[in-house]
Design a binder for this molecule. Sequence first.
Ligand code: COA
Length: 260
Amino acid sequence: MKYENIIYEVKESIGFLTVNRPDKLNALNAQVIDEIVHALGEVKKSDDVKALIVTGSGSKAFVAGADIPEIQAIGLKDGMDFSRRGQEMTRNVEELGKPSIAAVNGLALGGGCELALGCTFRILSENAKLGLPELALGAMPGYGGTQRMSRMIGKSRALWMMLTGDMLDAQEALRLGVANKVVKPEELMDVAAETAKKIAKKPSLAVKMAIMAVNHGFETDLESGLFLESALANVLLGSQDKTEGIAAFMEKRKPIFTGK
Ligand code: COA
């Protein structure tokens, strides 16, 4: 697929996906979503890509939401499919099997906030803001925001954001655990890349299993979550990477992981 609205490149085992529609503050129309979903497929398939960084072009916005004129054209007949496609995008980033870092370089509103919430981590520049302002348009978050934001910060705080339109600034997002880090705008991509590289050195199968255990265990009762944890831990205990990791520790050398 030829990308027209995103830039996707791989540098030193890290994928960089930049939503690139700066004249529309990187708003997500159907074509942008198609391209993001396709690029996520590339990331998932490639053994060479160990982590993904998602960001937006320009200094003002990460992504300012779903494309408003496009929403205007959608009615009752297509609305569910529209929402499900956006959810597919946020679910695919969550279920990448590899860590994803939203490098939030400005406004992350509506679908942009939802895309960032689907990522494993969020690193915010000091000027970044997260918001779910859809209600002002007579719409509501439909790409996972009602579910992921309430799970992350609690029902009442999430509803406050939606019903008042108040945005979280970077420090508030950090305090609430939505942001993992807040950095100066000029340091954002370096910090995101350093974080991704740190994770990329870890055995990829173990990274994948840990993400799966947390993501899926979080959605269930403790006993089922513990059972899932044991099953995934068992996969790792039988892996070549575990044998290598422990042998390297005993032999006081650096491990060579294969992802098997
Ligand atoms: N969809 C489509 N286009 C959008 C957009 C969106 N979600 N958000 C911004 N744009 C476009 C604007 O229409 C404008 O395009 P134009 O120059 O062709 O008129 C361009 O991006 C720049 O935005 P503008 O509003 O002029 O910038 P601003 O600095 O005055 O305001 C925002 C920035 C983010 C506060 C404002 O654009 C906004 O409120 N956007 C909508 C946010 C939203 O409700 N998102 C959820 C959508 S469901």
